[in-house]
Design a protein around this ligand. Structure first.
Ligand SMILES: Nc1ncnc2c1ncn2[C@@H]1O[C@H](COP(=O)(O)OP(=O)(O)OP(=O)(O)O)[C@@H](O)[C@H]1O
Length: 404
């Protein structure tokens, strides 16, 4: 708006008469008014158009949100072709050819997992966070359990160290002796006896990542994905070498074959086969050790116990009286315990308690002291805690005194 009168191109000659100048200026004014009118119309049209697009955008965003909210299905990208994207749906394993936006096409690649809606359009690519594998697989780069935290499992600890720690820390010893280190070890025994702790401790003491997968979650929650998740598990371990893979509740994917031919069984079989084939390729696996755990040893399929697979079986029983005493000492390390508390005596009383039970007794004893407005935990607190635990357990299970 810096125009001054001097800049304006006057619509008349300097020599024109006053009357002619006025006429010319009036004409120019009319022209300008017309132009102004036209521009205002265009502006109004553009505004109306803009509103229309704005509304459309809002509607589409809303629909997009709705699409994302309605249940989505998980599929794996098989192939990206000029005709569209071939996806394989999880659950029914059916393949479908679907179209994707250019933007999505750039983001995805074969083997990616994607969420699809009812009409099988790809709505989003699953990232590691949203991806189920992040939910079935827990990766702990430095677990905080040490051997000193485990009470009463001397023999088991020695065996775990020999079979897991030695191949990781001194692989050359095995080369010199000319034997292959055991492939996988299987810890079996009642719940809450320290199987997970053993696996975590050995990972910690060898500076290995601890990668845990729960067998039951694998087959019950992520139907149709078991085999892929097992493949992913080993891939993640390779990315995080040295690593200890811990498969908890392995019975869920490796129980004896049943005669029933339901699709669920077929899925479990596929998952187990994948696990076996990963284990059979163990030689190339480098710094990865595999530990599995089960409370249902009797249920296991022989196939997983063959040489080269889980060929080292370690029983992790409930602690004996000396073990319970040690576990009491471990779990009261940071507690303000009265001098009159005798752990040997408590260990006698808490007969049949597992390590997890002993821990629960300690925590509960602390709660009794707090409720009684005390900061020191007395012998009667531990006794009351054990009583309570037994009662709770009888109410829950109707039988066993010790809970899992
Ligand atoms: N031997 C033990 N020494 C010290 N604490 C123990 C011992 N066993 C169990 N605990 C306590 O119980 C908790 C549960 O143990 P853990 O998860 O290792 O048992 P688990 O055998 O893997 O059980 P599950 O079969 O139910 O998975 C541990 O975090 C620990 O506090």
């Amino acid at each position: 708006m810096s125009d001054t009168v001097d800049d304006v191109d006057l619509p008349y000659e300097e020599t024109a008469s006053q009357q002619e100048k006025i006429e010319s200026l009036r004409d120019r004014l009319e022209d300008l008014e017309d132009q102004n009118e036209q521009m205002r119309d265009s502006l109004l049209d553009a505004n109306a158009e803009n509103n229309k697009y704005q509304q459309k955008l809002e509607r589409l965003s809303h629909e997009n949100e709705k699409l994302k909210q309605s249940p989505l299905f998980v599929a794996t990208v098989q192939e990206i072709t000029d005709d569209g994207v071939v996806i394989k749906q999880h659950g029914n394993n059916q393949e479908a050819l679907t179209d994707v936006t250019d933007e999505m096409r750039e983001q995805i690649e074969p083997d990616d997992r994607v969420a699809v809606n009812n009409s099988l359009s790809v709505v989003q690519k699953l990232t590691r966070e949203t991806d189920v594998r992040a939910r079935v697989m827990q990766i702990d780069h430095s677990p905080d359990v040490t051997y000193a935290d485990i009470g009463g499992l001397g023999d088991q600890m020695r065996e775990v160290r020999e079979t897991v720690e030695l191949p990781l820390t001194q692989p050359e010893t095995f080369d010199t002796v000319g034997i292959q280190p055991p492939s996988g070890i299987l810890l079996h025994g009642p719940p809450g006896t320290g199987k997970t702790m053993l696996a975590k401790a050995v990972a910690n003491e060898t500076d290995a990542s601890f990668i845990k997968m729960a067998g039951s979650e694998l087959v019950h929650k992520f139907i149709g994905e078991g085999a892929k998740l097992v493949r992913d598990l080993f891939e993640v371990a390779r990315e995080n070498e040295p690593a200890v893979i811990f498969i908890d509740e392995i019975d869920a994917i490796a129980s004896k074959r049943t005669d029933s031919k339901t699709s669920g069984d077929a899925e479990v079989q596929r998952t187990m086969m994948q696990l076996l084939s990963e284990m059979d390729g163990f030689d190339e696996r480098g710094d990865i050790r595999i530990i599995a755990a089960t409370n249902r040893f009797d249920m296991l399929d022989e196939a997983i116990l063959r040489p080269g697979r889980f060929d080292r079986l370690i029983e992790v029983p409930k602690p004996d009286v000396a073990g319970r005493e040690l576990i009491f000492q471990i779990h009261t390390r940071d507690m303000n315990v009265d001098d009159d508390v005798d752990f040997a005596e408590l260990a006698e009383i808490a007969e049949d308690a597992s390590g997890a039970d002993v821990k629960a007794i300690c925590t509960e004893a602390g709660m009794f002291a707090i409720r009684d407005d005390r900061t020191e935990i007395r012998r009667e607190d531990f006794e009351a805690a054990w009583e309570k635990l037994q009662q709770d357990d009888t109410m829950e299970t109707g039988d066993s005194p010790a809970f899992a």
